[in-house]
Design a protein around this ligand. Structure first.
Ligand code: ZN
Ligand code: ZN
Length: 355
């Protein structure tokens, strides 16, 4: 089923006669259009993509299922939206209340005369969470590149090289492979590895450091997201123990992933494992997130997530332990939820590597 057909089914189920899609990631998923400005109108019979004259050719090429309407200055985009809604016979469009700003809504309310606007939950996020075969193929390619990048990095990790230099190596590798970065790479070492989302610094690596790498490739707009922590030199008993417990928690969570399992339950498996080791207090973030066109895509594995997993979802599984003054460990894989469990898409080894 095309993404447009899936959107129409969701609309029919929600009871909304039409929807104005404004979120750019949703717009891309729905239409194929990758420009930085646009909106789509979808009803049971209409499918219109509105953008501006910068994108006239690109939109027509990328969104063949949509009637494309572009406009140039000094035309006001809200007037175009009104025209297209009227032409499609729509007078009760719903919109994503989490994405439309107060300013935009005020402009719509002033100009969309005769329309009843309905603030609604985003119907696309949940649809986007379940990937089709083409999307999974791109994520697989992005995961393969992440594995290869980690492999290549092993040869570069040594005392004296800085976090920033290693982050640059990651960037160069992905670009040399024709891919992009899913997000700015995280490289943190020593005490700085206790910062889960630390920004690479000029700190040189030193013997005894834990070094955490968290990065991903972007392949035709689809992301991977891998984290590995390695030790430089001979790790202490405490470092070995922490690493082993994080790995144990990650393996337990991976084994708990299956259709029907809730995000809360899978998170609880990892958290419970760390609890037994007396380390749960150092695991502050959620266990994982959906992965797709956005690196933090729809869906979460977290203590507050009631959604249950479905085959076709791609999730990260990334427990971590971060101890101020000592350092941190995180191990992150990307998995595809299958009919009876999950397939791990990132394959780089997870035993503690000491360099
Ligand atoms: Zn990550
Ligand atoms: Zn992640």
């Amino acid at each position: 089923m095309s993404h447009l057909d899936r959107m129409r089914s969701a609309l029919a189920a929600s009871g909304a006669p039409a929807f104005i899609v404004t979120d750019l990631a949703n717009l891309r998923w729905l239409t194929g259009f990758t420009g930085t400005f646009g909106q789509a109108i979808v009803s049971g019979s209409a499918a219109v993509l509105i953008s501006d004259s910068r994108y006239t050719l690109q939109a027509a090429e990328q969104a063949p299922d949509f009637a494309v309407r572009t406009y140039a200055n000094p035309v006001d985009g809200v007037d175009v939206l009104l025209e297209e809604l009227r032409a499609a016979g729509i007078d009760r469009p719903a919109f994503d209340k989490a994405n439309v700003t107060v300013a935009t809504l005020q402009r719509w309310e002033a100009k969309l005369t005769g329309m009843t606007l309905g603030a609604a939950d985003d119907p696309i996020g949940r649809l986007r969470a379940v990937k089709d075969a083409d999307e999974v193929a791109l994520i697989r390619r992005a995961c393969r590149l992440a594995d290869q990048c980690m492999e290549q990095l092993l040869g570069r990790i040594r005392p004296g090289v800085t976090e920033k230099q290693l982050a640059w190596e990651i960037e160069v590798f992905f670009h040399s492979q024709g891919a992009g970065m899913a997000f700015p790479a995280i490289v943190v070492s020593g005490e700085r590895s206790a910062r889960p989302h630390g920004v690479p610094s000029d700190k040189p690596l030193e013997a005894g450091d834990f070094v955490t790498f968290d990065f991903g490739a972007s392949v035709e707009g689809y992301c991977s997201d891998i984290t590995r922590t390695v030790a430089l030199g001979c790790p202490s008993d405490r470092q070995r123990e922490i690493y082993a417990e994080v790995l144990k928690a990650q393996l337990a969570a991976l084994a708990a992933i299956a259709p029907g399992a809730s995000g809360k339950a899978v998170d609880g498996v990892a958290r419970g494992s760390l609890e037994q080791a007396g380390l749960a207090q150092y695991f502050g973030h959620g266990l994982g997130h959906g992965l797709g066109a956005l690196v933090h895509d729809a869906g979460r594995l977290s203590p507050t997530m009631d959604w249950t997993l479905e085959p076709g979802q791609v999730m990260t599984v990334e427990p971590g332990v971060y101890i101020e003054g000592l350092g941190g460990v995180r191990i992150e894989d990307d998995v595809l939820v299958t009919a009876d469990g999950c397939e791990i898409l990132t394959r780089f080894p997870k035993e503690l590597i000491c360099l």
